[in-house]
Design a protein around this ligand. Structure first.
Ligand SMILES: [Zn+2]
Length: 270
């Protein structure tokens, strides 16, 4: 089950990574050209045909379309396929290294920002002189209109996306770590339980009495309640006396008392 869950998360991380990769390569292409990265649907750079759903699936689209534009047959740069798969892999590596934690998200975000910055610089160096001229006139136009915040809409959308990702991932990781904490406390309670049972088994009958005690393990208090009784009152031969050991261990978790019980453990008196 755990293996299945892990494989599922790894698969999801690859999909998320490749989706981001697809978005990053779009951003690195469009940002130096001062084009909108959010509202405008993806299009073929050659024939300008709007891309449909089947053309937009990262990694898969490239394979099913045979690396060609579905509309004009123009070859699609292998760069897109490589960037998408590579980003998928990078996200999987982040998950494997950092686990399902907030650190994983922060590292992914830093990586994404660096990727877009570096990618944009590289892509802007690759622009044709015509494109550069076009952008220069666009910049002048923007200056005249006193619109300095070209990327404001992009930044707002990115921030909203980041917030959603952050909140959902914190919630999920909290649930994950809560389960982990609960499992750890449960196993510690079980250890305390066994320890007390063993003590009762190893002690001779005369020295046994019901007792209440506390055990502090890693900052959590485990309340122990032990009741030892004889199985048979008719049999007074010490060698044959069988005792009933009833151990209860409880601890506080999220303001709830969690109780572990090991009833009627029988053992011969030593
Ligand atoms: Zn095309």
């Amino acid at each position: 089950m755990l293996l299945f869950l892990n494989c599922f998360i790894i698969f999801c991380m690859f999909v998320i990574g490749s989706l981001f990769g697809s978005f990053f390569s779009l951003a690195t292409y469009r940002l130096p050209r001062h084009q909108d990265i959010v509202a405008t649907r993806s299009y073929c750079p050659k024939c300008k045909h709007r891309l449909e759903f089947l053309d937009l699936i990262p990694v898969i689209s490239y394979i099913i379309r045979g690396g060609k534009c579905h509309y004009c047959g123009d070859k699609i740069s292998l760069r897109y396929f490589l960037l998408e798969s590579l980003n998928g892999l990078v996200f999987v590596i982040f998950y494997l290294v950092f686990g399902y934690t907030i650190n994983c998200l922060i590292i992914s975000l830093i990586y994404a920002i660096l990727f877009v910055i570096v990618g944009s610089i590289i892509m802007s160096k690759k622009m044709t002189p015509d494109e550069k001229k076009e952008i220069k006139s666009l910049k002048e136009e923007l200056k005249l209109n006193k619109k300095s915040g070209v990327f404001v809409s992009e930044i707002i959308v990115a921030m909203i996306m980041f917030t959603i990702l952050m909140v959902s991932s914190v919630t999920i990781s909290k649930n994950f770590s809560n389960t982990a904490v609960k499992n750890r406390l449960d196993s510690q309670a079980y250890t305390v339980l066994l320890k007390n049972v063993e003590t009762c088994l190893a002690t001779s009958y005369e020295n046994l009495a019901s007792y209440i005690s506390q055990d502090l393990v890693e900052g959590t208090t485990f309340n122990v309640s032990v009741k030892v009784s004889r199985l048979s009152d008719q049999d007074f031969s010490k060698d044959d006396i069988v005792k009933i050991i009833d151990v209860k261990v409880s601890y506080l978790y999220n303001q709830n008392v969690i109780e572990k019980n090991m009833k009627t453990v029988k053992g011969k008196v030593l």
